[in-house]
Structure formats: C-alpha cells, structure tokens
Design a protein around this ligand. Structure first.
Ligand SMILES: [Zn+2]
Length: 450
C-alpha cells in the first residue's frame, strides 16, 4: 500500500488502520526461496531429557541462520528507516504545498468553480490527492516495487503492480472525497468541538470500510474461492464448526499473484467477517502448519478482534484529532500569513492537517503496534489451545521469517512490531507445550517435521 499517499490523503489514518482487518497481507508475506529451514536439527529436543521451553525456543531460532537470517534482518530493519523517511518525505511535500502557496492556489481554483463551501472541498481533493500521489511516486515505486523485488518478495511485473497502485489511488480518492468533505462540513457546523465530530466521522467511515472491503475492495486485487476438497479442507471446516464459525466464512485467496509470502487473515466486520488462507500457505506449509495458522485466524474471529481493534484505534483517532486541532491553531497563528491559509475551515489547510497527522501517527507507532501485537498474541494462544500443535505453529513461524526479523530486542519489538516476533511466538508455543507434556497428544519431541 502507498502509505504516504494514504497519510497525506488524510483518509490514510483509516486505511492504515484497516490493519483492523488483521490483514497480514500488507505487512507481509513471504518466503524468499533462499530461506533455509532444517527441521531435523533439533538435537536439544531429545525426548530423553526434560523439556526446557527456553532451550527449545533457542533451538528453533537457530534453524534460520547465515545469509537467510541476515537478509530478513536487513529487510525488516530497513523498514525502520523507511518509517521515518516516509514521514519526513510526507512532511516535506506538505511544506512545499504550503510555502509555495500551491495549496492556497488550489483552494482559489475550487472557490472559482462554485460558491458552495461544501462543494469546494471535494473539488480541492480532486486536485490535491493526485498531485500528492505524483510527488510521492518515486518513493512509492522504490518501496513498493524495487525494494520488494530486490529482496525476492515480489511476484508481479512492474505493469501489473502499477495497475494495482492505480486502483488503490482511485480508492484513496473516493475515500478522501467522502471523509474530508464530511469533516469540513463538521468544522463549519460544530465550531470548537469540530475535532470530536471529526474523530467520530473517521471512525464511522472506518466501520464502513471494514464492512465493504472484503466484498467490494479485496476482490479488485485478488481472487477468492472456496477451499479445494481434501483432508486439509475437512480438518479446517471441522475446526471452524467446533469454534462456531460458519463454513462459508473460510476462503482461499490467490496471494501468490503478488508475492510468495505465507499468510492468512481475517477481514470484514459485522456480516462480512471472513477467514482467508492464502495459496502460499496451502502450497508451502504442511497440513499441521496450515491448520495451526488457521487456528490463529479463527481466534481473531471468535474473540471478535475487529471490535477490539476498532474501539482501541478509535481512541487513537480521537487523540489524533485533538493534536490536529491544537497544532493547526498554533502553526497558523505564526505562519498562516505566509501560507495564505486562513482558519481551520479553509481547505487550503489540508496539507498542514496531513503533515500533523503524519507526525502524530509516527509518534503513535509504538501504541498502534502494541494494540495490534497484543491482539495477535491473544490469537496465538487461542490457536494453540484449539489446534494443539505448538511445534507446527513454531515451524510455520520460521517460514514467515524471510520478511521479519526473528529475534529483536525487547524495546525494538515493543516499538516496531505489529505482530509478535518469531522468538516471542515460538516461546509462547514452547511454554504451552511445557505445560501439556502429560497430555496424550502432546509429546516433548521430536518436532513434527514439515
Ligand atoms: Zn493474526
């Protein structure tokens, strides 16, 4: 996804939060062919010795080493720099639009088209969003295509990728038209309390986006079909029935169209919520591994994580709008004359709001990531309790490791990880296993190979 554009389009706060769909897709998929996993190397898991969860975790992590480990660490750590680089770039773009009075000029054009203050906002947006998309295109192309290609994570041709980007731009424009126009209507009506209304409008729009995305948006990029018949299908449907999930809510998606990344996700809200496993998971993971992943996804469904994420992120959005309100007032008092930006109801101030939102969400990264990561940990625990295959989940976590750093520091994980690290997830599994060694279906070892 074009993160910068989303941020600047202001609706990005929302679209970025479609992470609410717990979608692993954007954060990624993976498995570059270079990842080496030696599933037989777990010498320390000898059944004769007492089971040590810590040692078992270390033994798993040692299975990915050398060049494969360096490559995934470099890819993921590079993402930290991009997080700051993207934000800086977005703020600079906003700065150019303000200081060169390009934004004021766009506002003047909109005012020339209609006297209606309501309709001036969508006219402004129709010029502003494509302009920003153009200004951020170099970074979008590098990050979204060439960097992914360099790390072996991209299956699309450049043209096919560009077409997807164009569709995303169209969706961003439509989203911005609705949200920003309504927010400005609230600004004119609600006066000083506008930011509370703004946060409410964005949150309601987020709900709408969640409901419609699996039905109208996701199919623009991928094909969704029923699971093919076979033992895996029967076991997945059995797992679904056991946990109260209607069978028609389990789908297969052709994620290999974009990349080799293994993932699954839960998307939708209210009546449209569904579990999708991607075809990479089907092809690269064993039966037990796929089932373990689906157990995790079903945890999101059963525990209604869409609601949890929505409510927690709504608080973040409210804080964001309070920040926008204070920041806009303070900065236009000083620079408003230079920018020819009048008051908060002047659409020429949109780049300023976008820059403030970028700074806020950058600073809030540890909070939004922690909201997501703690939700993921809950789903991990649900999954292992439902499926009871801790080693299969551990090995599939290693298969995801070509796009995530396996073993980060504690603070590094707290700040930058929207999912638990491989170390955390494998530790969860081994800790669970250590408490279930007397159960008939759980044995201390050997580890289930593929
Ligand atoms: Zn998840």
């Amino acid at each position: 996804m074009n993160k910068i554009l989303q941020l600047i389009a202001f609706a990005s706060a929302l679209l970025a939060l479609t992470a609410i769909s717990a979608s692993a897709q954007q954060a990624g998929p993976s498995a570059a062919p270079t990842t080496t996993i030696e599933t037989h190397a777990l010498a320390s898991l000898d059944t004769a010795k007492p089971f040590d969860a810590k040692k078992a975790t270390d033994a798993y992590l040692r299975q990915v080493s050398g060049a494969a480990r360096e490559r995934s660490d470099a890819y993921f750590e590079g993402g930290y720099g991009l997080l700051f680089g993207d934000a800086l770039y977005a703020v600079i773009v906003s700065g150019i639009l303000l200081w060169f009075r390009i934004s004021a000029r766009i506002r003047d054009i909109a005012e020339g088209q209609t006297r209606s203050r309501f309709w001036q906002v969508p006219i402004y947006i129709l010029m502003y969003v494509p302009l920003v998309a153009l200004m951020t295109l170099p970074l979008t192309v590098y990050e979204g295509y060439f960097r992914e290609k360099a790390y072996g994570l991209m299956n699309q041709t450049f043209l096919s990728w560009l077409l997807d980007q164009t569709i995303e731009l169209g969706i961003s424009i439509v989203a911005a038209l609705f949200v920003v126009t309504l927010v400005y209507a609230a600004i004119r009506r609600a006066g000083r309390a506008w930011w509370i209304w703004g946060a409410g409008i964005v949150t309601v729009f987020l709900v709408v986006a969640l409901v419609v995305s699996p039905v109208f948006i996701a199919p623009l990029f991928n094909h969704y079909s029923p699971l093919p018949p076979g033992p895996l299908r029967s076991d997945i449907l059995s797992l679904a029935r056991a946990n109260g999930i209607p069978a028609q809510n389990v789908y297969l998606v052709d994620a290999s169209r974009q990349s080799d990344r293994i993932s699954a996700n839960v998307s939708g809200f209210l009546g449209t919520i569904r579990v999708s496993l991607n075809d990479n998971l089907l092809h690269k993971a064993s039966h037990d591994e796929a089932l373990a992943v689906l157990g995790h996804e079903m945890g999101h469904y059963v525990m209604d994580h869409a609601t949890r994420l929505l409510l927690l992120n709504a608080l973040v959005i409210l804080a964001a709008f309070a920040f926008l309100n204070a920041g806009f007032g303070a900065l236009t008092n000083i620079f408003g004359g230079n920018w020819d930006v009048r008051t908060i109801d002047d659409p020429a101030g949109i780049p300023l709001l976008a820059a403030l939102a970028t700074i806020f969400f950058l600073a809030a990264t540890p909070v939004t990531n922690t909201i997501s990561r703690t939700t993921e940990i809950q789903a991990d625990m649900f999954g292992v309790n439902a499926v009871r295959k801790p080693d299969a989940f551990a090995t599939v976590v290693l298969k995801l490791s070509n796009y995530r750093k396996l073993d980060p520091g504690q603070w590094e994980e707290a700040i930058f990880y929207d999912h638990p690290s491989a170390r955390t997830r494998i530790w969860e599994m081994m800790r669970w296993k250590a408490e279930h060694l007397n159960d008939a279906d759980i044995k201390a070892g050997p580890v289930s190979p593929q």
